[in-house]
Design a protein around this ligand. Structure first.
Ligand code: DQA
Length: 152
């Protein structure tokens, strides 16, 4: 049900490896650390955060479908699927709520294949390059968009 204060965080391939995966790029925090920080930030504003991580594109698409009837917003770090997945783009286009794209690193400052995002055109905005801080920042962005306090 829309308007119930639910935010869904979705994590794509390889994000279950955070903490051990290329720490010089992605930091030493685990996905549990980041989701914990985001959950706490959401609770301050009276929102509940649910998280789902998968290494499978279809499962991520189905998680977007499942969120459609339930959630006010999706925060999505789709990992490399951000650069390749048209099916994820189409699923997010049909979501209808607030969508924030999130990356720990700054893909624009990395290899050319990371410079394209299939989901950017269907997101309200993107937070990238701030490491784990991006998770509470994404909550802040979602809450402000949902409450109409995102500025002029
Ligand atoms: C990432 C950036 C992507 O390019 C990469 O494939 C990831 C992680 C990030 O959080 O910085 O898996 O989404």
């Amino acid at each position: 049900m829309r308007g119930n204060g639910l935010i869904v965080a979705l994590s794509g391939p390889n994000l279950d490896q955070l903490g051990q995966r290329e720490p010089a790029i992605y930091g030493t925090g685990t996905i549990a650390d980041h989701i914990g920080a985001a959950t706490a930030a959401a609770a301050v504003h009276g929102y509940v955060l649910e998280h789902f991580q998968t290494n499978h594109e279809g499962a991520l698409v189905e998680a977007v479908h499942a969120a459609r009837a339930r959630a006010d917003a999706i925060i999505i770090n789709a990992g490399a699927l951000s650069h390749t997945s048209w099916s994820l783009r189409d699923a997010l286009a049909g979501f209808g709520g607030v969508v924030v794209e999130l990356h720990l690193s700054n893909p624009a400052a990395r290899e050319p294949f990371r410079h394209t995002s299939t989901i950017a055109p269907v997101a309200d905005g993107c937070i990238a390059g701030f490491g784990g801080l991006g998770y509470p920042l994404a909550i802040e962005a979602v809450v402000r968009l949902l409450t109409g306090t995102s500025g002029q």
